[in-house]
Design a protein around this ligand. Structure first.
Ligand code: SAH
Ligand code: MG
Length: 196
């Protein structure tokens, strides 16, 4: 237990020092709770980064299996190393590639979207087919550091475009006839979408 905690802290430190946007504590707690309450067995994650969230999800209990996709090779290699260190390579299947190019057949209890914010709608469309009837799609960073709800003008153009994209995703979810979505303030804002 002590070793696991130390290693988790090391990942958090690495992420902070290298500007890797891992999920925050509150968001992670929310997802871990969801996994426990709903007896989640298999998870698909879009955006592994260094493996922090997939490792934490796999640590909930030894029935949990995660497939996680990362397109950045440096992060992929770091994640590979980390997953091995936690001895989780049997339960975490790390895939290198662009999630929009990869085709997966398996159906999952939980799909966690946590990759390029501008492509959330594309990820949702593509992977909705990989959801079990009772499964959910959880998306991270729905409030994007509070910027999504901020009234005043955001000056930086790229940032504004990103915030607009997330707003677009939120209305896509709100107007979706096939899925019912609940929004949570936990962490950086999370949405939970379930088939109607
Ligand atoms: N889920 C991680 C954080 C992911 S950060 C955690 O909480 O620990 C988002 C990651 O998504 C980045 O590493 C980025 O390289 C990756 N990414 C962005 N677009 C992607 C795509 N189209 N396919 C796969 N990975 C992508
Ligand atoms: Mg995130």
């Amino acid at each position: 237990m002590i070793i696991i905690n130390t290693e988790i802290k090391r990942l958090e430190k690495y992420a902070e020092e290298n500007n890797v946007p891992i999920i925050n504590k509150e968001g992670l707690k929310f997802i871990i709770n969801y996994i426990k309450k709903n007896n989640v067995k298999n998870i698909l994650e879009i955006g592994s980064a260094i493996g922090y969230s997939s490792i934490n999800m796999a640590l909930v209990n030894n029935k949990v299996e995660v497939t996680t996709i990362e397109k950045d090779e440096t992060r992929y290699l770091e994640a590979l190393k980390n997953i091995k260190k936690f001895n989780l390579d049997k339960r975490i299947n790390l895939v290198l590639g662009d999630a929009l190019d990869i085709n997966i057949e398996t159906k999952y209890d939980l799909i966690f979207i946590d990759a390029a914010k501008g492509k959330y709608i594309d990820f949702f469309h593509k992977y909705a087919n990989n959801l079990k009837d009772n499964g959910v799609i959880i998306t991270d960073n729905i409030y994007f550091h509070g910027l999504v709800e901020q009234k005043e003008k955001i000056e930086k153009k790229n940032l504004k475009q990103l915030v607009d994209k997330i707003k677009e995703y939120i209305s896509f979810l709100k107007n979706n006839n096939d899925f019912e979505t609940k929004f949570y303030k936990a962490g950086d804002g999370l949405s939970v979408s379930k088939r109607r």
